[in-house]
Design a protein around this ligand. Structure first.
Ligand SMILES: Cc1ncc(COP(=O)(O)O)c(C=O)c1O
Length: 413
């Protein structure tokens, strides 16, 4: 599929090579995939077509919140499949209603809109906030502020909101009236004329940008400013929401509530679903016909997400995420003290970034050779995103592999 795949030194048998060659023949060249074809998974492990198993500390990039092939998850989807899978938004379905109820009972939002991915949740947020602003602040109030180093998705609106040129190259012209301000800098936000600003989008923890937790003081100032100027405050919790930080929503760690929140990834636990939640006065900006999606709120996706949400919202579940996080992060900090090339350990809960002195790619490849999947975030940051159900033993195993790989790696001086 990519040059990375061709030049990899991973040992691959004929079976895997055969599948890789077939994939290379038919897929567009969009992903820098590793030379691994996954066949099955269970809990925090996956197995490739050669029978090699890996400890999965990627979980589909923060998607498989309950791990792979979880019994309750399989049962919930199977039960719904035996009823019906899809019925269009011309009608309502019970899993969709229950899921919306479960999401709003966990925060200060009153209404949900369902879609199929993170980028679509951002699109819904952009459309809703522009409609709200036109009504309440005037026709010319259309500017959307986004943070430096952010990532919000790949469709045109979300791409225009993504303030990293590497994702935008080749796609201009983008959607107009998106403006980048500096992450964690309230003066930068206030330098844009408030009456032109419809909305501000921010990730409480920047994911693709390298696992950077927002400064709590900045977030408070941002909240106060948006309230004062009637600017819609949108949190992108697509990667950091739904239990990933050890709280149900990431913003609950800061005690600051946005007006809209975009969710996806871990919400469906492996089934594609996204959601936009809104406080009542903002949700009111949408009227019938304003927005929609054929598959949005699909009964099967909602049944899958309902199983995730009703398990993850439990205090005992969230406490266990915090406990595993402590174990993982304190072991990583110890590793850092041993001068293994770790510059910083960042993140919250089970969304952990490990910044290295050197490029992360060879480390990711060596981890894979040693039976563990991890993912990068930028050039020098490793991301550890295990399933939220990961065990203490699996955390210890991940640290063992990483310790070995870092010890073997000779940093270029
Ligand atoms: C913070 C954030 N926002 C938006 C997206 C886009 O989500 P999706 O890939 O489901 O469209 C991602 C995906 O990585 C993300 O991490």
């Amino acid at each position: 599929m990519t040059s990375e795949l061709e030049t990899s030194n991973a040992v691959t048998s004929d079976k895997q090579q055969e599948w890789l060659a077939r994939g290379k023949n038919v897929f567009m060249n969009t992903y820098a995939s590793y030379p691994v074809v996954i066949k099955q998974g269970k809990g925090a492990h996956v197995e490739d077509v050669n029978g090699k198993t890996y400890l999965d500390f990627v979980s589909g990039i923060a998607v498989n919140s309950l791990g792979h092939r979880d019994d309750g998850y399989v049962a919930a989807i199977t039960e719904q499949l035996n009823q019906f899978s899809h019925c269009s938004n011309l009608y309502l379905n019970m899993p969709g209603i229950k899921l919306a109820e479960a999401l709003v009972r966990n925060g200060e939002f009153t209404r949900a809109f369902f879609c199929n991915s993170g980028t679509e949740a951002i699109e819904a947020a952009i459309k809703l906030s522009r409609k709200y602003a036109k009504k309440h602040k005037g026709e010319n109030c259309t500017t959307i502020l986004t943070m430096s180093n952010s990532f919000h998705g790949r469709t045109y609106g979300a791409l225009s909101a993504t303030a990293q040129t590497k994702y935008q190259q080749g796609y201009h012209p983008l959607v107009p009236n998106f403006q980048t301000v500096t992450f964690n800098d309230i003066d930068s936000v206030k330098s844009v004329e408030a009456k032109s600003v419809a909305a501000i989008i921010i990730e409480p923890i920047q994911g693709e940008g390298g696992i950077h937790v927002v400064d709590a003081n900045f977030l408070r100032q941002l909240r106060d400013y948006c309230t004062k100027e009637n600017i819609v405050l949108i949190f992108d919790e697509i990667q950091c929401g739904i239990g990933r930080t050890g709280q149900f929503f990431a913003h609950q760690n800061f005690d600051i509530v946005p007006d809209l929140i975009a969710l996806a990834k871990g919400l469906g636990g492996g089934f594609p679903i996204g959601a936009l939640l809104a406080k009542e006065q903002f949700a009111e900006a949408f009227e019938p016909g304003d927005h929609g999606s054929t598959f949005g709120g699909n009964a099967l996706a909602c049944a899958a997400a309902l199983e995730c949400v009703t398990r993850i919202e439990k205090t005992a579940f969230l406490n266990s995420v915090q406990e595993r996080s402590e174990r993982l992060r304190s072991a990583l900090k110890k590793l850092q003290e041993q001068k293994t090339g770790i510059v910083a350990v960042r993140g919250m809960g089970l969304m952990v970034g490990v910044e290295l002195e050197f490029p992360g790619k060879p480390i990711i490849q060596s981890c894979m050779n040693n039976g563990m999947l991890i993912v990068g975030a930028g050039d020098k940051v490793l991301r550890l995103l295990p399933p939220l159900t990961v065990s203490n033993q699996e955390v210890d195993q991940a640290i063992e592999i990483l310790t070995k790989v870092l010890a073997e790696h000779k940093p270029e001086q």
